[in-house]
Design a protein around this ligand. Sequence first.
Ligand SMILES: [Zn+2]
Length: 312
Amino acid sequence: MGILVGVDLGGTHLRAATVTSDGQAGPVVRKAHGREDARTMAAAVVALAADLAKGEPVDALGIGFPGWVVPGTGHVIRGPNLGWMDEPFGQMLRSALPGARVVVVNDLKAIAWGESRFGAGRGAKVAGVVFVGSGLGTGVVTNGVLQEGATGVAGELGHAKVAIDGEPCGCGQRGCFEAYVGGANIDKRLRAMVRDGKVPALLEAAGGEWERVHVGMADAVVRSGDSELSMVWQEIGDLLGLALTAFASVHNPDKLVMGGGVWTTCPALREIATNRLQASLLPPAWDAIRMVDATLGDSAGILGAASLAASR
Ligand SMILES: [Zn+2]
């Protein structure tokens, strides 16, 4: 058997490692990229994989991609962070690596597969993986099968709607959950509040520079008892709880694997969201759920992508 390589294609870096068939990742190599076009990026990925394989043939290459990807072909419908539209990225990689199994998959789906096979989701009938970071992303593995949907965009919970003509979202639509509970949008809202002279404790926490205000800072201010910010936190936490309720109502997971920067750094927000989930979900759905923290950290997507490629 040749070498398995997993790659996480992030907004600024490629991160990659060789992976064993039982889910052990070797040392992770990081390489900066300049948001190049798809063809240049494909060449960079192939060169990185060849470096990692040290002259051995690459047998399988899996890539977690930040965007919408057609299952099977690896055709990128849209990669907003990279400015890509309609790119045959999977085909470019397959042409450069004849004989290798190549999988390009949405990054959250790669993480979901990694956590469900090798991490916190192991042993679940239905592992629901939810990451609350700069955005809101999910993946689901049901009875050992990754749910990709008909066109690869199953689980885009962040872009399910909570309001008609609501706040604008990075996807180009309005009223998405992500527009309210995604970390990048929470940051924007908090900075606007501070600029308007609200929540002085937050400006103080940011050393007097409103541009430095961020969501993790705000959670600490809420915990110290700031009533103005607590009301905002209640609203955002409730909306996040409703997003989790929608997700769990559809998928009925027995494990809810939670991760992402906002989730891990904001215990007050987490508590409000969890209480809302418990109060809103049908009892048989709530009773089935074990909420657990993701355990694989930065390797989840690399492991998941490599394992998906190896299984094709
Ligand atoms: Zn959206």
